[in-house]
Design a protein around this ligand. Structure first.
Ligand code: CA
Length: 454
């Protein structure tokens, strides 16, 4: 799904090193003739051109509201950002304000790179934390032991609740009752509907549409979590994939293809990936993130959002991604730099501009609620995004650990389970050992980095 359904910018930079080093484009605003030297705040920024443009407008408004401050913008593409920021970190020449993935909070704080912005934020009238999603804000808290609590080291640029979408047009054609926004399907109900939607519509003996076709990296989590399983135990020091609930959910996920045949076959998935099949109206269900909205406006069928199917807990679950703005420790103007981060994260007018672009949901609760009421544009059930943020969304397990290697290993080796060559139980038993070894390594690295920081 990466690269097809829009770049998900917030996945750990450690897991997706890529990019060619291109020249940094410094697009400063030519200063007006003015005698007084201004406080200069540098901001390293990445994004699609449309997004960059919107942010430049927001930055101009910030400068207008803060005439003594000038923002020096360092623009990079999504791909080159990681290389650039890592080079800046290595040289200890960080910009004042830059992006952070929630998965890097621990490592970057331990390495002494980030400013604790708690007091600036709490004492400021620029934003009210009460009007921001706590799930988003808490991703950037760290108390030295656990991420999610303690001092604030960043503010969300955006939040990405990963919702489940369905092809309403396909439902109607098949005469299947539409899903209930407030009552998730059970696992068996979901299979049943998938079967009703998997069809040879032109009678040539070949299937033309399927129930679904999930990418395991991004869509297994709702099934595992709603079934009461998780990748980590409560202490976040032990890999927990060998629990019966976890295994059951993984087997269910694999069976969608191998037992129930409600997804394109392996061969069919190779001729056209499932994202493309969803776009062409061949799939009943597919995930939808806020970053997809602008593209999905062009779909030739009607779609909407629904809760993810729920396993044995009876409650849906979904992940919620994010990217944040952080401030460099030791930056010359910490107050002004934090004010810029606050402005980008929570200024009402700026948020409106970004929402109009249809690439993100509002960071401000009141704005988001008003936005969710607009049922005249697709998806009508925008509320589902807010329900994830407010109610059933979760952090990626890697946001709690020092590195993501242990977690990535799980997905890197999973293909035989998806192909039905080995069972989920066999896989989880063996793989847990490998993952635990990598997690132990991460825990050691974490301790070492803390010592170095002292
Ligand atoms: Ca056919």
């Amino acid at each position: 799904m990466f690269g097809t359904s829009g770049k998900k910018q917030w996945f750990s930079v450690k897991s997706m090193l890529a990019g060619v080093c291109l020249a940094v484009i410094v697009a400063g605003v030519t200063p007006m003739i003015k005698a007084e030297p201004k406080t200069e705040i540098s901001l390293m920024f990445k994004g699609q051109p449309q997004e960059q443009e919107a942010y430049q407008r927001v930055i101009k408004s910030f400068e207008k509201a803060n005439p003594d401050v000038k923002v020096k913008l360092i623009l990079t593409s999504n791909d080159e950002y990681t290389t650039k920021i890592q080079a800046a970190i290595a040289a200890r020449k960080m910009p004042d304000v830059f992006y952070i993935n929630p998965g890097d909070v621990k490592a970057w704080v331990n390495a002494g790179l980030l400013l604790d912005i708690t007091k600036y934020v709490e004492n400021s009238k620029l934003i009210s934390l009460d009007n921001m999603w706590s799930l988003g804000v808490n991703k950037y808290r760290y108390d030295g032991k656990m991420v999610g609590r303690g001092a604030l080291y960043g503010l969300p640029k955006d939040l990405g609740p990963f919702a489940l979408g369905y092809n309403k047009t396909m439902y109607k054609k098949a005469g299947v009752p539409l899903p209930d926004n407030d009552k998730p399907y059970t696992f068996s109900e979901f299979v049943k509907v998938c079967k009703q939607l998997t069809k040879d519509t032109n009678g040539d003996g070949k299937l033309d549409q399927w129930g679904t076709g999930f990418n395991v990296w991004w869509s297994l989590q709702p099934f595992v979590w709603s079934n009461g399983g998780d990748w980590l135990d409560k202490t976040r020091t032990k890999v927990a994939i060998n629990s019966p609930k976890f295994i059951e959910a993984l087997q269910y996920f694999a069976d969608l293809q191998n037992v129930h045949h409600v997804t394109p076959s392996i061969a069919e998935a190779q001729t056209l990936d499932t994202y493309q099949r969803w776009i062409r109206g061949q799939l009943g269900f597919f995930p939808v993130g806020p970053w997809d909205l602008a593209v999905y406006d062009q779909l030739k069928f009607e779609y909407d959002l629904m809760p993810w199917p729920a396993g044995s807990t009876g409650k849906s679950a979904a992940w919620i991604g994010s990217l944040g703005f952080c401030v460099a420790k030791g930056c010359k103007h910490p107050k002004e730099a934090t004010e810029l981060a606050m402005y980008l994260s929570g200024d009402p007018d700026g948020q409106q501009e970004l929402v109009n672009l249809r690439v993100q949901i509002p960071n401000l609760k009141d704005k988001a609620r008003a936005w969710a009421k607009q049922t005249n544009t697709m998806p009508a059930n925008k509320q589902e995004f807010l329900d994830i943020v407010n109610d059933y969304g979760r952090n990626f397990p890697t946001e709690y650990t020092y590195t993501a290697e242990w977690y990535n290993d799980f997905f890197s080796n999973i293909q035989p389970v998806l192909d039905g060559k080995i069972t989920a139980a066999e896989y989880c038993k063996k793989e847990r050992v490998r993952m635990q070894r990598l997690l132990d390594k991460a825990i050691k690295q974490d301790k070492k980095s803390k010592k170095r920081a002292k």
